[in-house]
Design a protein around this ligand. Structure first.
Ligand SMILES: Cc1cc2nc3c(=O)[nH]c(=O)nc-3n(C[C@H](O)[C@H](O)[C@H](O)COP(=O)(O)OP(=O)(O)OC[C@H]3O[C@@H](n4cnc5c(N)ncnc54)[C@H](O)[C@@H]3O)c2cc1C
Length: 577
């Protein structure tokens, strides 16, 4: 540990008792040491709504523990790991060629918490997790991730890829392949446990996967040899990666692309034939390694059908996109919680910041997108569970909710983390605090797993191919029926949904400029805002939260309805009667 890290540990250790000490204790408020679950009554209330009572009661100690760690130890470790990025070594000290990524002990401790203590990568695949007998709904995994990511974002990428790779392998892999490798992926023993990765992107094939150049040659024993370069590979030393490659002599374009499982180690214990060329020097996620890979006859196994690679990989990508939405929601929650704490504790001009009208308005501007994303996490995770259970229409709904949360929540996280930084004043710009890391990390969500344009176009694809729009409309009308709203507010929500749906329809049908594509982002934003405003109103009715209803109305007022920039915008009295 460097002297700098020791100073940081000292600083946060002193602050630990300060989080609840009150503004009189010290003029510069420090929330370090707060329990992120115990200090989040809204999360507790939403979990009561979305999880069965017996499961939630069972999970309370686990949620409390994750909340405590996220506000304390995980936060300390994340700061250290961020300042000590991984390094790639190519040789042993004796001069043997053997690649190794050296990770800082702080990152390894984070890994032990996430994979070892909580088993976040395995929750969706085992029925004996966290002391609970039976399968747990995806909301459990996402609720714990939501707390964890408030302090550490980088590690959530390998966690999510391990979870998603396992899902894809189980869904499409041949029984022999699944039987051989699944136990390692699902092991809870730290020394045996294997991690996952996803190598898709090439220099000319990022959004445009059809340009994939990596080649796959069949072998007599049923395995394949992969040759080619992958340009962005997070967690590049993972035990397993899902790789897209083109089968020799296969169809051109997307139809010639197949999916392969690439183990890092061969059956005889030797290293597989690929090299990590270098690690990327990144703006954010600095704790976690992302690199470039060159495969030179690397042994791999076909997953699922030949030529269906992209379709099968889409399942893994969609799972990762949802996870990205959850992470952005978590980062926004952290930003808002810090801002609220500072506004409560910090005194200026003889007053608490939170008592100043302009600060109150700024805080609401942070809360609205953060709470929209939180609602969307629960709604999408619940739909994933229903889709996996084969409920009618649930897949079509999931297909549109997933890109909606990935698109809008990831974009909102950029702004919310940046604006929350300002609430801390000058300290917000200083690397000792969480704000700069949050801002840097938040910018990645809307680039990887599909950029904003690509994901917005996927919303339109879901409408065209899966018939998702009428399913979404029907679902939201069902929520409105249960939301017990005053007629004027219900009508305002219905009208907004009708207009947003018409815009989305126009984008899908090719109306407007450039065949409708140009409308994709505007349409996705409109659908997201209407979906969240309605779902938040529904949650308000179920939980009795006036605050959630107020936030729902602010979504409609400030993010959906037209307004004159030179007029004040007030919630109409008729919405509140
Ligand atoms: C830190 C980091 C880690 C990553 N980890 C991984 C990983 O583990 N595995 C992996 O496979 N990949 C990974 N990626 C790659 C990432 O998913 C890609 O960078 C991303 O999908 C964009 O691809 P690209 O870089 O080729 O950009 P391009 O596809 O060239 O896109 C450039 C711009 O063009 C726009 N664009 C492209 N097509 C269209 C269109 N049809 N309409 C309108 N606009 C369009 C895009 O929105 C974007 O703004 C990682 C990236 C980063 C930054």
């Amino acid at each position: 540990m460097s002297a700098n890290d020791k100073t940081q540990m000292h600083a946060v250790a002193q602050a630990a008792g300060n989080a609840t000490a009150g503004s009189a204790a010290h003029p510069v408020p420090d929330r370090h040491g707060a329990n992120f679950y115990a200090t989040d009554p809204e999360l507790q209330s939403l979990l009561k709504l979305y999880l069965p009572a017996d499961l939630l009661a069972h999970l309370q100690p686990c949620l409390q523990r994750m909340g405590e760690l996220a506000g304390g130890r995980i936060d300390e470790l994340a700061g250290i790991a961020d300042r000590n990025p991984p390094e790639l070594e190519h040789r042993t000290r004796a001069g043997q060629d053997s690649q190794c990524i050296i990770k800082h002990p702080a990152y390894e401790e984070l890994e032990r918490i996430a994979y070892g203590e909580f088993g976040l990568q395995a929750i969706s695949h085992r029925d004996d997790m966290l002391g609970w007998q039976g399968k747990m709904p995806p909301i459990v995994k996402y609720a714990l991730t939501y707390l964890f990511v408030q302090s550490e974002f980088g590690l959530c990428c390998p966690l999510s890829m391990t979870d998603s790779l396992t899902r894809t392998l189980k869904k499409f892999g041949a029984p022999g392949l699944v039987g051989k490798y699944l136990p390692q992926l699902l092991s809870l023993d730290w020394d045996e446990q294997a991690q996952g990765a996803m190598f898709m992107t090439e220099q000319a094939a990022g959004s445009d996967i059809a340009n994939t150049l990596t080649m796959a040659a069949p072998q007599a024993d049923g395995s394949w040899l992969l040759t080619g370069d992958k340009w962005f590979c997070s967690n590049p030393d993972a035990e397993f990666a899902m790789v897209l490659a083109r089968v020799e002599g296969g169809a051109p374009g997307m139809k010639g692309i197949s999916l392969f499982l690439l183990p890092r180690t061969l059956d005889d214990g030797s290293a597989n034939h690929y090299r990590i060329i270098r690690l990327k020097d990144k703006l954010g996620t600095r704790s976690m390694a992302s690199g470039e890979i060159r495969m030179d006859g690397a042994v791999a196994y076909l997953v699922g059908e030949q030529g269906r690679g992209f379709v099968q990989m889409a399942d893994m990508v969609n799972n990762s996109r949802l996870s990205n939405g959850v992470r952005s929601a978590g980062m926004m929650r952290r930003a808002v919680a810090e801002a609220e704490f500072i506004a409560h504790e910090r005194i200026a001009f003889g007053k608490r910041l939170e008592d100043m009208p302009l600060m109150q308005r700024q805080l609401d501007k942070l809360r609205v997108p953060a709470e929209q994303a939180r609602t969307m996490v629960f709604q999408t995770a619940q739909t994933l569970m229903r889709s996996d259970a084969g409920e009618p229409n649930a897949y079509a709904l999931l297909r549109i909710l997933t890109p909606l949360i990935k698109f809008r929540a990831c974009r909102d996280a950029r702004k919310v983390t940046g604006d929350a930084m300002e609430v801390r004043g000058g300290c917000g710009y200083i690397e000792e605090w969480s704000d700069p890391r949050l801002v840097r990390d938040a910018h990645l969500g809307s680039i990887w797993e599909g950029t904003s344009n690509i994901v917005a176009l996927d919303v339109i694809r879901a409408i065209k191919r899966e018939g998702s729009l009428p399913v979404l409309q029907q679902y939201l009308h069902g929520l409105l029926d249960q939301a017990k709203l005053v007629p004027a507010y219900r009508k305002a929500l219905e009208d907004a949904l009708t207009r947003a749906s018409a815009l989305a329809e126009k984008a899908a049908q090719g109306g407007g400029l450039n065949g409708g594509e140009v409308l994709a982002r505007q349409a996705a934003t409109g659908l997201y805002n209407c979906t969240t405003a309605i779902a938040m109103a529904w949650e308000a009715a179920q939980t009795g939260s006036n605050e959630r209803l107020r936030l729902s109305q602010l979504v409609l007022l400030h993010r959906v309805l037209p307004r004159d920039p030179l007029e004040t915008a007030e919630v109409p009295a008729a919405w509140q009667e």
